[in-house]
Design a protein around this ligand. Sequence first.
Ligand SMILES: [Zn+2]
Length: 202
Amino acid sequence: MSDLRYMRPELLEGIARNTLKQYDPMLIMGSEIRSIPIEDIIESLGLSLEYQFIRKNGRILGETVFDDDYVPLYNAASNEYELVFMERGTIIIDASLLRCRSDGRLRFTCAHELAHWLIHQELYCGSGDTAAMLKSVSKSSDVDKSIERQADMLGSDLLLPLCLVKKAFYRVTGADRIEYLAQQFEVSKKAMEIRLREHRLI
Ligand SMILES: [Zn+2]
């Protein structure tokens, strides 16, 4: 088994590319630039997406269920937590993110959770834990942090496949280039900026 705390960026890129290709090769090989249909890709893999309030304080944005289990969820109507049965392969997205669909956070959370499913099953299966995406990981341990960072990296590789980003990048010019590209890929401007910087395009 590889060291889960470190996976080469190239390996993560490869996993993302294969996942996208499996769904539709034209997504990354075609000349048309379109945003990655991350929710459809998740469902095409046999996973199910559930939109629920996870915590009252909104601190957990997404959670991936690796084993059939009861998961505590916040019921906004009764203002109480309930244990809800969730099947293995369910990705729970915090319903608060539905209100801000356009800012890229919902899509990024979906991609991050899919990343956990793709690379962290060995870590969580049978542990009774779920992989949760917290708004802030500052209180987590170092291992948690590196696992979360990996999921962020693979999430970004999934939403912003390098070959497609490059193709799009060289087609646009002008001062609002980054903003335009962010809109094209339906990600936040910050996510796009990080991606371009990582690959020294800006
Ligand atoms: Zn996570």
